[in-house]
Design a protein around this ligand. Sequence first.
Ligand code: ATP
Length: 261
Amino acid sequence: MSRPAAPPVRLVDVRTEIGGQVIHDGVDLEVKRGEILGLVGASGAGKSVLLRSIIGLLPPVAGRVEIFGQDLYAADEATLGAIKSRWGVLFQANALFSTLSVLENVAVPLREHSQLTEPMLLAIAALKARMSGLPEDALFKLPSELSGGLQKRVGVARAIALDPELVLLDEPTAGLDPLMAEQIDALVASLAQTLGLSVLVVTHDLDTLYTVCDRVAVLAEQRIIAVAPVRELEHTDHPWLQEYLMGKRTRAGQPPPDTGR
Ligand SMILES: Nc1ncnc2c1ncn2[C@@H]1O[C@H](COP(=O)(O)OP(=O)(O)OP(=O)(O)O)[C@@H](O)[C@H]1O
């Protein structure tokens, strides 16, 4: 009998500290294969720091970060390289190279993690840019020549450049107008479904939670206090969660239409 495949992300009792300040203590979290998991929490709760731990940039002082069943911080260089070629990351401010064209930005992970020939590499980068909804005339522009929404699409195209199994997104709709945010949400949902991705998305955006995420994990008091489909979270009595999901400023206490998720 074959063993069930390991989850793309599994955190076990993770504790992180920055400059002696405890950011997380006892974080348990799992991203299941094929799901879109939202990660929410108040500003400063530690969502971005947790993401940094998940992508190998901040070793926990205790606990374990497992990616595809491998202990990330115990992995040798070859294993780490193999893991990195199976994920794609969209950083909060996109982290695009300002002096490189859109096409070259998308090609960066391909240059780093593949042995493709130059024409093949550029062809794949162009394909990923198109899949991410970038118009043809954007490919040879600099990121600064594009709108915020198109820059986000460049970040998404780069995140899927290597045909990853796992995609990690840090606030993909932050700073976008509602229409552009909706388009990025739709892009993430359709790419996840078409490519069979597992996705962890850090967000403050309620629309993302209701229309895109299968489950939502809530970070508060230095750990994950709940994980469930967002509609189930509406019924938890945690004060921050109640205010966040049902408060006047968010949805005016009106549950959104049921989208089937
Ligand atoms: N490089 C750093 N040096 C010192 N402290 C840091 C650093 N990065 C993050 N922190 C601290 O870690 C805590 C969590 O920050 P983090 O950016 O992860 O929060 P967040 O939940 O992502 O917030 P937001 O929703 O506003 O983006 C904060 O107290 C922050 O000040």
